[in-house]
Each structure stands twice: as C-alpha cells, then as structure tokens.
Ligand binder design. Structure first.
Ligand SMILES: Nc1ncnc2c1ncn2[C@@H]1O[C@H](COP(=O)(O)OP(=O)(O)O)[C@@H](O)[C@H]1O
Ligand SMILES: [Mg+2]
Length: 267
C-alpha cells in the first residue's frame, strides 16, 4: 500500500456553541483555497449541521457508507474538485457504540475513502459522551475550540483531562474563538494551559485566535458559508492564518503520518 499522506484532525470542545462547525467548514474552504484537498466528516451525530450551514440536504450519509453504498457516492462535492463532505447520520451513534465489528468496518471504509485527500477534518458534537470521546480520540490530531467564557475553560479542561487520562491523548492544539481582542484570547489560553500543566503535567499549544465577528452570525442566518459570504472579514483572515499553520504542520509531520493509519492518533 502507498504510504499515507492524509493528516486527520478532530475539532472538539467541552461546551457547545463555541464555533466548531463554523471553524471546520471555513478552515476547509481556506485549506482548499490554498491548494489543498480535503474531506469534512460531520461526526456530530446528534446535531449534524454542516449541511445546514451549507444550505444543502444531502441524499446519503455516514449510515449509507456502513450499509453498503458505493463510498464515493456518499460524498458531497463542495468545490469542482478535491473538497468533499461526508454527511452525518443520527442512527450511526448506536451502531458504533454497540458493536466493535461495526467500528472496525467503518474505520476501514473511512480510511479507504479519505486516502485521496491531504486533510480530513472531523466536526464533532460537544461534551464527553462515549461517542464524542471515541470520535475525538480517533484522528491523528485534535483541535480544542475554546471561548473566553469561564464555563468554556472549565468544560474544555474536563474534556482534555478525560482524553488524556482515559485515551492517552497528549497532543492538543487550541483555538480561542469569539475573542474580543488578542489580550483576552491569550489570557484565556494561559489559564487553560496553566491548569493542564499544573494538574496533568501536560503542555498544550495555541494554534490560533479567531476574533468575534458579527459576519459569522449573519452568514449562519443566511446559510451561506462565511468564506463565501464575507471572504475578507476578520474571522476569515484569522482562519486563513490557522490554515497556513496546519499546512506547515502537515509538511513537518509527513514521515510520521506515513506510518500511521488515517484514523489513528499520532504518537
Ligand atoms: N468568531 C465568531 N464571532 C461571532 N460569533 C461566532 C463566532 N464563531 C461562532 N459564533 C457564533 O456561535 C454560533 C455557534 O457556532 P457553531 O459553529 O454552530 O458552534 P458549535 O459547532 O461549536 O456548536 C454561531 O451560529 C455564531 O452565531
Ligand atoms: Mg457544531
């Protein structure tokens, strides 16, 4: 088999409504604009809403992949080429939780399907339910989205703690979203980093800051992806910068990625 070149990243948070779905989608557009291929997997099995943000109603989803549809037919193309969405299905959570065979079949199918892409981004539900945790732990890397609110900090610490102690995940990259300014964002990151360092002995890394931007809410209301709705707004500029950092990171990790299945944590 050809060595793997796909970097997979799950986008997680302790608390809902912090901007994961918007970040997954627009980071996808930014990576694509910069010439990279990618697939988005909607792994929010409860409240799938990548399709809502896109204003589309996909015919097929993750469940069809499991029940034997032709894998390529389950993907929704989001650009002329090399940018695809795999929609979520609410019935998959039970299947995946119940049965280890189903899990490994799903992983095999996803691995084959994702090999052609340079990046795979998984948009997850919030919290620490078993399904969320297993999808969070699956990909090679994780981005934890936090906001400056105190509840976001405590909930994201709880999520990092359980992924670290129960799933042996050591690598966390943080995005501070909905930041009023850089100072506030750095203060929030520092608080979380101090807690992780002090109580878990775990260093975490700041991947980027996305400023509070009224265009995000407006684009959600209009069901037009922010990247198309306001291509040069502050939030998109912030997201472009994060996309560049991910591209550099993938290049740096290529040797390690080559030795790791697409849906297995890099160690
Ligand atoms: N950078 C931002 N600036 C302003 N509002 C934001 C920003 N990011 C997200 N939001 C708001 O948060 C809401 C929830 O975003 P969403 O991506 O659905 O979160 P999640 O997937 O984490 O539940 C959006 O509808 C938007 O109103
Ligand atoms: Mg979401």
């Amino acid at each position: 088999m050809e060595p793997n070149t796909t970097l997979s990243i799950s986008i997680v948070s302790g608390k809902g409504g912090v901007g994961k779905t918007n970040i997954a989608l627009n980071l996808g557009f930014a990576l694509h604009e910069l010439g990279h291929s990618l697939a988005l997997l909607d792994a929010d099995l409860g409240l799938a809403n990548l399709d809502v943000l896109l204003g589309i109603s996909p015919q097929k989803n993750l469940q069809d992949l499991l029940t034997g549809s032709i894998p390529e037919e389950v993907l929704v193309s989001l650009a002329e080429e090399r940018f695809a969405l795999l929609p979520s299905a609410s019935g998959v959570a039970e299947l995946v939780e119940l049965d280890e065979d189903v899990q490994s079949i799903l992983l095999d199918k996803l691995d084959t399907l994702f090999r052609q892409y340079e990046f795979v981004l998984l948009d997850l539900g919030a919290g620490i339910s078993p399904t969320v945790l297993s999808f969070a732990a699956m990909p090679q890397e994780r981005i934890v989205v936090i906001t400056p609110e105190p509840t976001s900090l405590t909930d994201s610490y709880a999520l990092i703690k359980v992924l670290f102690t129960q799933h042996q995940i050591k690598n966390f990259q943080i995005i501070v979203n909905i930041a009023e300014n850089n100072e506030e964002a750095h203060l929030s990151f520092d608080r979380l980093a101090q807690a992780c360092e002090r109580f878990l002995g775990l260093p975490i890394r700041l991947l980027g800051i996305i400023h509070k931007d009224p265009m995000v809410t407006e684009s959600v209301r209009q069901q037009v992806p922010l990247f198309k709705f306001a291509p040069s707004c502050q939030a998109i500029n912030d997201i472009r910068y994060i996309a560049q950092k991910l591209i550099a990171r993938r290049s740096k990790l290529l040797d390690l990625i080559a030795r790791t299945p697409i849906l297995k944590t890099l160690t």
